[in-house]
Design a protein around this ligand. Sequence first.
Ligand SMILES: [Mg+2]
Length: 391
Amino acid sequence: MHVTDYELYAVPPRWQFLKLETSDGRVGWGEVYTKWHFAGDSEPATRSAVDQLLHQYVLGEDPSRIEYLWQAMYRSSFYRGGPVHMSAIAGIDEALWDLKGKAAGMPVYELLGGPARDRVRLYQHVRAHSADDVADPAAAAADEAREHVKAGYTSVKLVPTDGLEIIDTPAAVGEAREIVGAVRDAVGPEIDVALDFHGRASKAMARRLATTLEEFQPMFVEEPVTPEHDHALPRIAEATTIPIATGERLYFRGEFRPLLEANAVDVVQPDVSSAGGITETKKIADMAETYDAAIAPHCPIGPLALVASLHVDAAAPNALIQEQVVVGDEDAMRYVENDELFEPTDGYLDLPAEPGLGIDVDEDRVRELAGTDLGFDRSPGHRADGSVGER
Ligand SMILES: [Mg+2]
């Protein structure tokens, strides 16, 4: 059996679904990020990377040799790593695992050692509200958190600040405190409230915010600083009892290693569709386990990326919780025939039961909507003096 062909579909809202075909008539699916693609006529950088990796290393090869093909795609690319290369590898890797599971007649997690848990816990996002769109941002966040709890979720996550000065005022810190306090009051102590600073804080403000918000006992604080300042995480971790989480902008074991060695992180958050696929993310999870760190995979994209994450969550003993944006989203479910897969019970999803990734993609629908312009605007966020800040 060998890989004969592929198709990379660009579908709304801005997702890419990869289909691999084999000589014995099987198909495997994966999801590829659209990284590095701004509005305009150009194609996502990841599309070119997928084309080149498949032609150079995968077409004509035996798809069951996942580790070999992964190593070929990674090591043979002399200038390796980063968001584009590792997202392209990730989508291909997921499709290879889908093929392997279908050939074996087993869900992928069975091939990773079998399920370490019966179901996977999810969290829901509370949107960031600002005084520009609602009269009372804290009350709006609290209302939204209450709705998620009513729907059965036991954990919510919010970004408590929409941008900070390098050193900001007590008022800015107070605003964040008001929002997080309102959410904590609304949901009570039985519900987890996770925070995401989204890399918007300097290391100084990250310490100040974390120590201020500690009284609400957040589940974790995500990206207290941007990844290039992860060197500051040990100091931030020393300053607060809030568990430190990061990793959606890290793409390989080697980038997590120094954080684990420095005891700077409690929760690693690689993205399966961004960090080399199921193969690499499971290795990151295993490495984290040896440092008593949990894994909470990042996943703000489509249903194929989510289902790939569920297999890692199922197999990894240290999986804490799963991010997702597609549960309950009809536009996302139009691509999925067996959408019962994404119906949570008490904020948990059952493990996929069908062979491979376990998702039946509605290919007619995918074809019908393919060809979408996936470009998106990513204009700079500004500080008060007009300089560029994080957003
Ligand atoms: Mg994040």
